[in-house]
Design a binder for this molecule. Structure first.
Ligand code: HEM
Length: 135
């Protein structure tokens, strides 16, 4: 990622943070609409699940300039996801739901450039998780 992309992701995330509970709700609503087959994977309280997801994205976004520091945690998370029943192809649906949610939350601020930067962040996270999980 370029330094400009890092700034774009961090700035846009700051706008999502205050509405992160609502964003999580939108995200799961969208995910279960486009990929109903993943809904049964989720066994716990979805508000709590939404908080964990947002906290993890927050950690990654804050660490974009030193991603090496969070790679081990992301790899371990990928391995845990196998036990939740998650398959490699499910990462595409989650990515699509995330981008859709950011677009809904950010409106006009979600320009093509901001979108490209977020796609890069999600792809990096997902690729790191999958590489560790499905060897
Ligand atoms: C960048 C991608 C992702 C991130 C940052 C993420 C984040 C998290 C976090 C932080 C947790 C809490 C438990 C833990 O840390 O192990 C979790 C649990 C979970 N995630 Fe993900 N996740 C991602 C991708 C996915 C994908 C692709 C799926 C497939 C639908 C998925 C489904 C689940 C499920 C089913 C749980 C457990 C829910 C439960 O306990 O009932 N996640 N995720």
């Amino acid at each position: 990622m370029t330094p400009e992309q890092v700034v774009m992701v961090q700035d846009s995330w700051k706008q999502v943070l205050p509405i992160s509970e609502k964003a999580a709700e939108l995200f799961y609503g969208r995910l279960f609409e486009i990929a109903p087959e993943v809904q049964p994977y989720f066994k716990g309280d979805m508000t709590e699940q939404g908080r964990k997801l947002m906290a993890m994205i927050n950690t990654a976004v804050n660490a974009l300039n030193e991603l090496e520091s969070v790679v081990p945690a992301i790899q371990e998370m990928g391995v845990r996801h196998v036990a939740y029943g998650v398959k490699p192809e499910d990462y595409d649906s989650v990515g699509a739901a995330l981008i859709w949610t950011l677009e809904a939350g950010l409106g006009d601020a979600f320009t093509d450039e901001v979108k490209d930067a977020w796609v890069k962040v999600y792809t990096t996270l997902a690729d790191t998780m999958k590489a560790a999980a499905y060897k």
